[in-house]
Design a protein around this ligand. Structure first.
Ligand SMILES: [Zn+2]
Ligand SMILES: [Zn+2]
Length: 393
């Protein structure tokens, strides 16, 4: 393969890595082998995205920094990305997700493992009933099927899973040796705590709950308890599930990579019971909040580290490590991507065939007419153990 040269213009970028949080972007940034000055390449008028441009292996990569989590934010950013970088062939949504604790294809999904999407389902496209349960069985709306190119890529990743795992481990080791990633080390198997789905994160004795209005009780939780740790609330370890069975990663093993459907939506899952119910209904193995938004404009692959179990005990102990595993796996995946001729996009543009953008070729018009209903999504929703809250998680 010829030595990579500095890209001539924006058409020479075929890979986009989209990260929801600044910490995720920073982790991904650490893997760029060369940086290009964004000012040299510009962007379309009206594009408010912030990009870092660089190279991984022989690929020119656009790193997209989302201003926050959520499907709507991701959709808006993806629209702008598509206008400024018209030759993106592969969009990777990278970060941390909530894993469904189950045995998938013979291996337990545990914290620190990596999930690669083979399909996305919008689990929050349903109805809210007075029973506070989201009914999605007849409305759960799958997003369009991946393109042939993406399906071929996924098939290759799956068939080369062992190589992918080995490469991921090597990249992870290299990353964790860097001084700036001292805080991203493996937290230890003893920190992998999975509670029974029916055991909620709350004050476990009514008398210690000082809430003015809704107090912690058999069927309710107070607002304060949601901001507290399991230690502060004395969530009892006798309610832990014996998880991390043989075959799951330990201190000395490398994270497992699981391929499967991911639930994607603005509703941040924080309920073990709802998690398990949706996992069965929709045959999904993880929850995340950006993929569905990106998918509205790009066929994408979601690569996320399991940072929590999508229940009310969700905490941030595993997030730095999960971020690192996802980014390490992303780099390993890129090695297996077969890119096409960067000139192809320019030829398509001359022929008037923008590859996937439909409708108006005008970013301001697209965003201005509220294509993604920004006004309806001021904050993310999340499903708690007993109620639904309108609040960023
Ligand atoms: Zn309470
Ligand atoms: Zn707890």
């Amino acid at each position: 393969m010829a030595e990579p040269t500095k890209p001539v213009d924006r058409h020479a970028f075929q890979i986009a890595i989209i990260c929801a949080l600044e910490k995720e972007s920073k982790t991904a940034d650490a893997f760029l082998e060369e940086h290009f000055d964004s000012a040299d390449y510009g962007k379309e008028e009206g594009d408010r995205n912030i990009y870092t441009l660089g190279r991984i292996a022989s690929y020119n990569v656009v790193l997209v920094h989302l201003p926050g989590p959520g499907k709507t934010v991701a959709a808006t950013a993806a629209t702008s990305l598509g206008f400024s970088f018209r030759n993106i062939k592969l969009a990777l949504v990278v970060g941390v997700c909530g894993g469904v604790p189950k045995i998938h294809e013979g291996k337990a999904i545990v914290l620190g493992d990596i999930i690669i999407s083979t399909g996305l389902v919008q689990y929050d496209m349903g109805r809210q009933y007075p029973t506070k349960r989201i009914k999605i069985d007849d409305i759960g709306r799958d997003l369009p099927r991946p393109t042939t190119e993406i399906l071929a890529f996924l098939a290759k990743l799956k068939s080369d899973r062992d190589e992918l795992k080995t490469e991921t481990a090597a990249h992870l080791d290299a990353l964790l040796q860097e001084k700036s990633f001292e805080g991203s080390q493996f937290p230890g198997a003893h920190q992998d705590k999975l509670f029974q789905p029916t055991y909620h994160h709350k004050h476990h004795q009514m008398e210690v709950c000082n809430a003015m209005y809704v107090k912690c009780g058999p069927y309710s939780t107070c607002d304060d308890s949601r901001k507290m740790t399991c230690g502060e609330l004395c969530c009892a370890e006798e309610n832990l599930v014996a998880w991390r069975p043989p075959g799951a990663a330990t201190e000395t093993e490398t994270p497992n990579i699981h391929f499967g459907r991911i639930a994607s939506g603005d509703l941040v899952m924080k309920s073990g019971e709802h998690r398990d119910e949706i996992a069965i209904q929709e045959q999904i193995i993880a929850f995340e909040t950006e993929g569905a938004g990106v998918w509205e404009k790009f066929n994408c692959v979601v690569i996320k580290g399991v940072g929590h179990y999508a229940d009310s005990h969700k905490n941030k102990v595993w997030q730095p490590y999960a971020r690192a595993t996802a980014v390490a796996c992303t780099k390993a995946c890129l090695k297996l991507w077969v890119g096409s001729d960067p000139e192809a996009g320019r030829r398509n543009e001359r022929g008037g065939q923008y590859f996937y953008m439909t409708g108006e070729h005008n970013l301001a018009a697209q965003l201005g007419r509220g294509a993604f209903n920004n006004q309806q999504h001021d904050g993310a929703f999340y499903q708690g153990a007993g109620a639904r809250y309108n609040k960023s998680a």
